[in-house]
Ligand binder design. Structure first.
Ligand code: BG6
Length: 503
């Protein structure tokens, strides 16, 4: 990766929020420390709460200390030279006039060629106002002959209609090419690798279809609860928060047709095609295709706090004690195309589960083992496990007969050995920030993808509205999820692999 060539000013709206502290600031700093940022850049923190440049510096420094690596005082001192603050209000026009003045001044001082990046790290309800105010002060076009880019975080709406409305508002001032919609899973090296692993190995090409694959399981299990985001989560739940975005993106990378190149639009076109071919779930049959869960109190083990007792979802701060919001969801999707017809894809995600793990398990068919019908020990189905977190691993399970006169067929486990401890994965946000600075949009979500993903989700939401959820809470924190999720997959004669399928 090369240094970013073009200078820029990055404006962070919501600089006093969690996202800046945990992700944006530590990632920017790492990019700076590792020499990726150009000589000429400035960062402006826009917020109501932070009154002075010194307090912005203190806030960002704390964020880096807690969630990143401050490395050395000297390095921090040179980084903070680039950081400025403006105490301002998103809803006050004059604040944007002052912002424009500051940007003109910094543009002269740092020779930024008029290039501006606006990062909306606020609650999504503020997006339309920010964009409109930027438009009013012509900041959506950059300064002089520069460019402007807009970065927004999910959720992109709370349903199809609100996603379309939000986009219309944004598109009044920013063209699609200027917009970078972040799904941070696409910035994870190991998620990006799904596509490469699948497509760069000819051996997988001919077997990547319904003739050879029995079914696919995609799991993103978390040990954390809703943390401090109860207000947000109460509006979304796991289906909107995780499935509409991260899980469907993973599903697309695994099942889409090979793109004609690795260019942004070639990949995104294929993803959209795939989303369109996912069969819509009939709302009347929603309980045949989905399972909802909500965690009760229990014990979990997290890297930060070790083994500890946790409260149930309904007792979390900010959660309605009668809340019916799901913290776990499992669903079965089917893809209506030549490649995948008849291959179920099971997705599951949940909070406060036994283990943090993100992985894809591909189970191959066994009907092709006719040759072995007379043997006592039948071959096990081949399994390909692609784990993307917490460690990156590829595991392939095959059958063989080990050495020995009397030996019987056994399972051979082929496993990659690269792990977090041997090679640190660059943080997703570093990769994404760099791509925004370099104007590469491959890892960002195009509006038609957002809409197509909502079209997959809407019938489920509709069905859930009609059919009340099971009695919540229905799984203990620290377990693998609700019992009904096991019954759900067993109805198809299959089983979930344990969290961490090689256990
Ligand atoms: C976010 C969700 O997009 O992803 C959170 O809003 C979730 O609810 C998080 O915890 C998971 O991300 P990661 O990178 O920790 O797997």
């Amino acid at each position: 990766m090369k240094k970013v060539e073009e200078p820029f000013i990055l404006v962070i709206f919501g600089v006093s929020g969690d996202l800046t502290k945990r992700k944006i600031a530590p990632s920017l700093y790492n990019l700076f420390a590792e020499g990726y940022l150009p000589e000429n850049f400035a960062v402006v923190g826009f917020s109501r709460r932070i009154a002075t440049r010194a307090s912005l510096h203190a806030w960002i420094e704390r964020g880096i200390e807690n969630y990143g690596d401050l490395r050395s005082q000297e390095l921090w001192n040179s980084f903070k030279e680039h950081l400025y603050s403006i105490q301002a209000d998103l809803y006050d026009k004059d604040s944007f006039r002052r912002l424009r003045e500051l940007l003109i001044e910094l543009n002269d001082q740092w020779n930024c060629n008029g290039n501006l990046i606006f990062y909306l790290a606020t609650a999504p309800s503020h997006f339309p106002t920010i964009v409109e105010n930027l438009g009013e002060y012509n900041l959506n076009k950059g300064l002089d002959h520069g460019w402007a880019r807009l970065v927004i975080e999910k959720p992109f709406g709370l349903d199809l209609e609100s996603a379309i409305t939000l986009n219309k508002k944004i598109r009044r001032f920013f063209a699609e090419e200027q917009i970078f919609r972040i799904d941070h899973y696409l910035g994870k090296e190991s998620v990006r690798n799904l596509l490469i692993f699948r497509l760069a190995n000819t051996m997988f090409r001919p077997i990547w279809n319904r003739r050879y694959i029995d079914h696919i399981q995609i799991t993103v299990a978390e040990t954390i609860g809703v943390d401090k985001r109860a207000e947000y989560f109460e509006q979304t739940g796991a289906l909107r928060d995780m499935v509409q975005s991260h899980l469907l993106q993973i599903l697309a990378l695994i099942t889409m047709e090979p793109p004609t190149s690795l260019h942004s639009d070639a990949i995104r076109d294929r993803k959209v095609e795939l989303f369109r071919s996912i069969k819509r779930i009939d709302p009347a049959k929603v309980n045949e295709y989905t399972v909802r869960g909500q965690y009760d109190a229990g014990r979990v083990v997290t890297p930060k706090s070790g083994d500890h007792v946790v409260v149930g979802y309904r007792s979390e701060n900010g959660v309605d004690p009668k809340s019916n919001v799901e913290t776990y969801v499992a669903l079965k999707l089917e893809i209506a195309n030549d490649r995948w017809d008849g291959v179920p894809i099971y997705l599951r995600t949940g909070k406060r589960l036994r283990k943090r793990v993100g992985e894809v398990v591909i189970q191959f068919r066994t009907e092709l083992f006719g040759t072995f019908r007379d043997r006592e020990v039948l071959p096990e189905p081949n399994l390909l496990i692609i784990r993307f977190q917490p460690e990156r691993k590829i595991i392939l399970k095959v059958n063989w007969e080990p050495p020995g006169i009397d030996s019987e067929m056994e399972r051979l486990i082929l496993e990659s050995h690269e792990s977090e401890s041997t090679r640190k994965e660059p943080r997703a946000y570093e990769r994404l920030l760099l791509d925004i600075m370099r104007n590469k949009s491959k890892l960002f979500i195009r509006q038609d993808e957002v809409e197509e993903c909502w079209r997959v989700i809407m019938p489920i939401l509709e069905g859930w509205k009609r059919h009340p959820p099971p009695k919540f809470p229905n799984y203990e924190a620290g377990t693998d999820g609700p019992k009904i999720a096991d019954e759900f997959i067993e109805r198809d004669g299959r089983k979930w692999y344990p969290l961490g399928a090689d256990e």
